[in-house]
Design a binder for this molecule. Structure first.
Ligand code: ADP
Length: 347
């Protein structure tokens, strides 16, 4: 029966475009900072290409590998057993040469020689911006998958890797709390988030932090001291303050905060723990694996529908598309309700 030959997920519009699509070969690559779930996203792109019988190649090391023509053909079996792996098997890189006209010309020549018709870029806003610049110069259609733990890309409720990073941070806070409460200590735990406090706010609430310092909200040193005094007065055996690495609302970094609190509240034995790059690693959570799978399918599907310069995102559990120009220029907002909840929880 004919119905058996129609891809199960195919919409009518998708089939129409697929039949007339000029796209015969898609390149997929990861670029910029890595995040858990990138492998699952590559797998999804590769398997979707195989499903709709479009050739797929991987590009090693992002734009660096593109310039050097470091390509690998990928089929459905090339991506076996990677859905659970952190990092990216295609590797990632930052490439200053790609920021030059000459560099992008080299990249384009390599893509042309290889017969690439379209690309799926998995990375942060910089990587998406790079693909847009290449499109403006050489008209190579692309879609983007927002892969970054920071959740700082407009056009999606969460980026790929954010959920895994939250779980990693919460697990770390739980462990720090064990030692903190054994010694009646105060810990400042610094988490990633240069310009945004999404990781700090969410993992802070999830980890039961006494205070959360984020760039978006000016807590002030006085309130921090008051809050710590109150914690002590209530007989709390330990305190955890989660600080986003980009937070300067107190005018101090974590080490300066430690000194400040030790000076002003000598009753506290203070320690600092900077979680650093461990937040980027680890096996992706089920949420990130499912998100990656959905995003990869939609990224390929959109290209075959003749769309380009779009980023795949998720909102209200629906996969959506946002123009890349909006995604890279827009700003994500911190969830005010989470701040309210956090204020109540940290009383
Ligand atoms: P992320 O994708 O994680 O935000 P970067 O901002 O470092 O990471 O971007 C990754 C790479 O994308 C850069 O090293 C560069 O090769 C490319 N890129 C970023 N912005 C541009 C741009 N405006 N023009 C050309 N290439 C860019």
């Amino acid at each position: 029966m004919l119905i058996h030959f129609i891809p199960k997920f195919a919409s009518f519009a998708f089939l129409i475009f697929l039949m007339g699509s000029k796209i015969k070969k898609i390149a997929v690559f990861t670029s910029g900072g890595d995040s858990p779930g990138m492998n699952a996203a590559i797998r999804s792109v590769v398997r979707t290409c195989a499903y709709v019988k479009v050739d797929c190649i991987g590009i090693y090391r992002g734009y660096e590998g593109m310039i050097e023509g470091d390509f690998v053909p990928l089929n459905a079996r090339s991506v076996n057993n990677i859905i659970n792996k952190g990092g990216t098997f295609l590797k990632s890189a930052r490439c200053s040469e790609f920021r030059t006209i000459e560099g992008r010309k080299k990249a384009y020549d390599q893509l042309k020689r290889e017969g690439v018709d379209a690309m799926v870029v998995i990375g942060g806003d910089g990587s998406l911006a790079g693909a847009e610049v290449l499109y403006n110069e050489y008209n190579i259609p692309f879609t983007g998958i927002p892969g970054t733990i920071d959740n700082d890309i407009f056009g999606t409720r969460c980026t790929l890797g954010f959920d895994t990073a939250l779980n990693t941070v919460v697990e770390a806070i739980d462990k720090i709390r064990d030692t903190a409460s054994s010694h009646h200590r105060l810990f400042f735990v610094e988490v990633m988030g240069r310009d945004v406090g999404h990781i700090a706010l969410n993992a802070g609430i999830g980890g039961g932090a006494e205070e959360i310092l984020i760039p978006e909200e000016d807590l002030g040193l006085e309130r921090l001291l008051d809050s710590l005094k109150r914690s002590k007065a209530r007989g709390k055996s330990s305190s955890i303050v989660v600080v986003a690495e980009g937070d300067r609302t107190t005018g101090k970094n974590v080490y300066e905060l430690k000194e400040y609190v030790e000076k002003n509240l000598p009753v506290y034995d203070v320690r600092v723990c900077v979680l650093g790059h461990m937040q980027r690693g680890g096996s992706p959570t089920c949420f990130d694996r499912v998100l990656a799978s959905r995003m990869g399918v939609r990224a390929v599907e959109a290209l075959l529908e003749g769309k380009t310069n779009l980023m795949v995102g998720i909102r209200d559990n629906t996969i959506i598309l946002t123009p890349v120009s909006e995604a890279i220029n827009g700003k994500t907002k911190i969830d005010r309700d989470l701040i309210r909840v956090s204020d109540i929880m940290t009383l």
